[in-house]
Design a protein around this ligand. Structure first.
Ligand code: IDP
Ligand code: MG
Length: 139
């Protein structure tokens, strides 16, 4: 039963700039419970697989470079309507289009370096959570 769960990554730019605490505070203050969480770093193979859906896009190489250049925080979050509500609090992919007060508006630099990931469906939340936390009893 994964309907009330989503998956997030605090991306390398957010970790580099020291925003882990502020972003987690906003996530938990918005009513999300952290079910699983780790500081980790994606390998090139990991990032290519995680973002395989974008492999034909012109930014794919740049995206893989970015996502592997330093540590990330990966987490599984729980809340009613988690996927949709989380996409609301992170804001639009391009921070210039993100609503005031959203995590990307506050912390993203550009459409590429946009601080945070949020799953776009229950199905992808389950796939992405399992990608990072495979074998975890809680997932
Ligand atoms: P999302 O993260 O808001 O779901 P997607 O379109 O799924 O956005 O893109 C995945 C990630 O790829 C984005 O979060 C961003 O890091 C990167 N990305 C998306 N579009 C561009 C672009 O036009 N240029 C550079 N990077 C991009
Ligand atoms: Mg996406």
């Amino acid at each position: 039963m994964v309907t009330n769960r989503t998956f997030t990554m605090l991306k390398p730019d957010a970790v580099e700039k020291g925003h882990i605490g502020a972003i987690l505070d906003k996530i938990t203050a918005s009513g999300f419970r952290i079910v699983a969480m780790k500081l980790t770093q994606m390998t090139t193979a990991d990032a290519k697989e995680f973002y395989a859906i974008h492999k034909e896009r012109p930014f794919y190489g740049e995206l893989v470079e970015y996502m592997t250049r330093g540590p990330i925080v990966a987490a599984i979050l729980e809340k009613n309507n988690a996927v949709e509500d989380f996409r609301t609090i992170i804001g639009a992919t391009n921070p210039e289009e993100a609503a005031e007060g959203t995590i990307r508006k506050l912390y993203a630099t550009s459409i590429g370096e946009n601080a945070i990931h949020g799953s776009d469906s229950d199905e992808n939340a389950a796939i992405e959570g399992a990608f990072h936390f495979a074998g975890r009893e809680m997932f």
